[in-house]
Design a protein around this ligand. Structure first.
Ligand SMILES: [Mn+2]
Length: 558
């Protein structure tokens, strides 16, 4: 008993001592907090902070900004010396992204895993088809290509990676010859034959470069990628598993955006790929069926493909790979997409496969890409769009006949169309891409001119919230309008880009007679021109005085 009482007594003493020590500690902390709260101390702290800030500001001021207008230096590079700025800007002008920074980042840098949580727990079969990864480039920065190669080797299971094929579309950069070859040799020493290089003897454009890669490939599956990418972990498995299940699907991974200036990776949410009648690419929502899955990791059907593509090598061959007749840039991906859908396959975007892709600030191919874009779009229209082909003319504001643009020989591709027994384009519009407006109600398009002063056109005006204005004709988008037949004898005027109305929430109704257009709103006023106090002519709404307008191209006489 005595021992037990002693133990209890000792325990009580221990608790009391511990409590006292603990409380004094708390007091001290509170005291020190109080001390910091005293006004005189706060003032000292504030002064110290001011001095510190001043020092930082002064340090920044000493670095003169050489290129205040350059997009490269908007949020990056404040601490660079003048020499470094010059180097960075020179590279940026040449490539459209931050090569200076790329050269200083590790080739195997870590990028954030942006996949949906459901992707991270998926388990894929071990016996997947092998993959040949094809990287297409024209004057790409060496460190960017090296990083692409590094990421593919590090993040693709080695038993699945058949090879990496570099396709150089006749780059002029010297370091893409010797210095790149040295890097290739270094890797091939470890893994003989892993990296191959195909170099064009003249520039042949994106479509031909992709075909060259396909021709050189031996893997069961091919992935045709840009060279300014880094693949994410487990990028290949979801693609290979999907193609193993169905060899007729052509797939796109989801791109994350690598900012052209800081090279930071920002997440893009998976969505379908689509295009407008210019055949410009854009993102589009997945179809309602996809949302019914309630699972963002499931592949979704897509009307089109942006350009990066993964497919069964043989299946792609069977349906005609890519159209060799496409030049430089643009439209070749839309051609592939339409052909895949019409001739026995389908296109899907795979959310669990992610690739970080640098979106350049400017493209180095050629200063004006609209020429090859138009030519390629007309070529796609001629081969695939059937009765809808004139929509491409409307979208680019070209006459329906005799546009005078050489689209090359299309007989081979038309033969392919017949041989594969492809469905009509109408089926595609109805079943694959119902969101693309078929434009069947358009009866006229082009610029709208005042009949007496042909120099001036109706112009969409400033966007957003545009109020149309009278402006010297330049024949570009904000002046290219389409006349839509909506109700009998009355049409709504919209631009190709965006609906523009003269009075908010009140579509402009116009009555038509023959080739002259009289404008007339619900209020019985007309769109006319009138001289303002500044002696210039302005677009005005007034009681109709019989002024007339003409539209550049008439589809149906009205
Ligand atoms: Mn790209």
């Amino acid at each position: 008993m005595k021992t037990a009482a002693r133990v209890v007594c000792l325990l009580v003493i221990a608790v009391v001592v511990y409590s006292l020590v603990y409380m004094s500690f708390i007091r001290q902390v509170m005291d020190s907090d109080n001390r910091l709260q005293r006004p005189e101390d706060l003032e000292v702290l504030r002064r110290l902070k001011r001095i510190e800030d001043q020092a930082v500001v002064e340090q920044k001021i000493t670095k003169k900004k050489l290129y205040p207008q350059s997009p490269l230096f908007r949020s990056w590079g404040a601490e660079l010396t003048e020499e470094e700025q010059m180097e960075a800007e020179r590279h940026f002008q040449e490539f459209g992204y931050n090569v200076f920074l790329s050269n200083r980042l590790p080739l195997n840098r870590t990028i954030p895993d942006t996949r949906n949580i459901r992707c991270t727990v998926k388990i894929y079969p071990k016996d997947l088809p092998t993959i040949s990864v094809i990287l297409i480039y024209f004057n790409e920065a060496l460190s960017v290509i090296k990083r692409a190669i590094r990421s593919i080797i590090d993040k693709t299971p080695s038993h699945l990676l058949k090879e990496i094929i570099l396709v150089d579309d006749y780059s002029s950069n010297e370091d893409l010859q010797l210095a790149l070859d040295e890097y290739i040799d270094l890797i091939n020493k470890d893994k003989p034959g892993l990296i191959k290089k195909v170099r064009h003897k003249r520039q042949m454009g994106l479509a031909k470069a992709r075909i060259s890669g396909w021709e050189a490939a031996a893997g069961q599956v091919i992935a045709i990628l840009d060279a300014h990418i880094e693949v994410h972990m487990e990028w290949a498995e979801p693609l290979l598993a999907r193609i193993k299940a169905d060899r007729t699907v052509v797939l796109s991974p989801v791109f994350d955006n690598v900012l052209f200036d800081t090279l930071e990776v920002t997440e893009y949410i998976p969505s379908a790929h689509a295009f407008d009648w210019n055949l410009w690419c854009m993102y589009e929502s997945f179809r309602p069926e996809w949302f019914k899955n309630n699972d963002p990791s499931v592949p979704g059907k897509s009307p089109s493909i942006m350009g990066i593509l993964v497919a069964d090598r043989q299946f792609l061959g069977e349906i005609g790979v890519l159209d060799e007749g496409m030049t430089i840039y643009g439209g070749e991906n839309v051609e592939l997409a339409i052909r895949v859908w019409l001739c026995g396959g389908s296109i899907e975007v795979v959310p669990c496969s992610k690739i970080a892709h640098i979106e350049r600030e400017h493209k180095p191919y050629s200063p004006d890409l609209s020429k090859p874009m138009i030519r390629n779009a007309l070529r796609v229209a001629e081969i695939w769009l059937d009765e809808y082909k004139s929509n491409v003319n409307i979208a680019w504001n070209l006459p329906l006949k005799n546009h005078g643009i050489d689209i090359g020989d299309v007989t081979e591709r038309k033969k392919l169309h017949e041989k594969l027994k492809c469905k009509p384009f109408k089926w595609y519009l109805e079943n694959v891409y119902p969101l693309l407006d078929s434009w069947e109600v358009i009866i006229g398009y082009g610029v709208v001119r005042y009949y007496l002063i042909e120099r001036y056109c109706v112009d969409q005006g400033e966007v957003p919230g545009s109020v149309p204005i009278l402006y010297e004709c330049h024949y570009y988008d904000p002046q290219v309008l389409t006349l839509h037949l909506t109700v009998f004898h009355s049409i709504v005027i919209t631009t190709v880009m965006e609906r523009s109305t003269l009075e908010a929430s009140n579509p402009t109704r116009i009555t038509l007679t023959r080739k002259f257009i009289f404008w007339f709103l619900n209020t019985n006023r007309c769109l006319e021109i009138g001289q303002g106090e500044d002696s210039y002519y302005h677009l005005i709404l007034q009681t109709c005085t019989g002024q007339k307008w003409t539209i550049q191209h008439v589809i149906k006489d009205f």
